[in-house]
Design a protein around this ligand. Structure first.
Ligand code: SF4
Length: 258
């Protein structure tokens, strides 16, 4: 790093929301993942989310009946959820949250149009790929749905946005990029963007907003430009993020307390 330009390599990349967003979390982790292509250790929280995600996908693919979902979760938890465990009380909370969600599982209130659809699309000439968890239709209008373990809340509706509203807006960038992908594949924009937050059992429906859509595309373009111009890939050190979310924390020379 330092006197080497990775611009040609970076400009040739196929982008995704997570490839952009992970740079904002820690440029050094991004460098390890996408430039050096170093292998990451599986981490508990991400692995837990992926496991529930796979169970929902299996239900929609006709491979797992609704009434068998809680059992499949409990039987598979110890082998499917990888990574060093957080404190036992946290593990119990996560098991209970997953079990309760799956015991009360309700299919999304849309007709199925696509599950785990891989869509290749472009944003202002840059190549992108999206894996959209669920594309649905209601009253002739499309919706995109993303499964999240993160505990988002529906918009407060307050005049001054709350921190949770801000968090929701940040996360919606992902769904606006997916909306762009859907437009290129289906020829129309979705009218609803939804998060299925399975851990706190909130299904959030946000109406499509043209301004937020344009801002998300603009953010994608600016972030690609920032990454392309980057030379130092400095670490952003945050104890919880490094210790519990980053799969490089054991080998990272910057990590604290790992
Ligand atoms: S451990 Fe922390 S500083 Fe190191 S790569 Fe991961 S997030 Fe970045």
């Amino acid at each position: 790093m330092g006197d080497v330009s990775y611009r040609p390599l970076i400009e040739d990349m196929t982008w995704s929301y997570s490839r952009l967003n992970s740079f904002e979390s820690c440029p050094y982790a991004w460098y390890l993942r996408y430039i050096l292509e170093e292998k990451e250790e599986p981490m508990f929280y991400a692995s837990y989310g992926s496991f529930i995600h796979r169970l929902i996908e299996r239900y929609y693919s006709g491979d797992l009946p609704k009434e068998e979902m809680p059992t499949a979760f409990l039987l598979g938890f110890s082998s499917e959820v990888e990574g060093e465990r957080p404190p036992q009380s946290t593990v119990v909370k996560y098991i209970n949250a997953g079990r309760e969600y799956l015991e009360n599982f309700e299919p999304f209130p849309f007709e199925k149009r696509g599950v785990e659809e891989e869509i290749h699309f472009d944003v202002n000439g840059a190549n992108f790929v999206a894996f959209v968890d669920f594309i649905g239709e209601r009253d002739g209008k499309l919706a995109v749905i993303d499964n999240k373990s993160r505990e988002l809340k529906p918009r407060s509706g307050r005049k001054t946005p709350t921190l949770k509203d801000q968090e929701l807006d940040d996360m919606l960038r992902q769904l606006y990029l997916y909306a762009h992908a859907v437009k290129q594949k289906y020829g129309e924009l979705p009218s609803l963007l939804c998060f299925n937050c399975f851990k706190n059992r909130q299904f959030i429906e946000e109406p499509f907003d043209q301004k937020a859509y344009e801002e998300a595309l603009d953010w994608a373009g600016r972030t690609i430009e920032t990454i392309s111009a980057e030379e130092d890939f400095r670490p952003y050190i945050d104890y919880f993020h490094c210790r519990y979310l980053c799969g490089y924390h054991r080998d990272c020379c910057y990590a604290q307390g790992g």
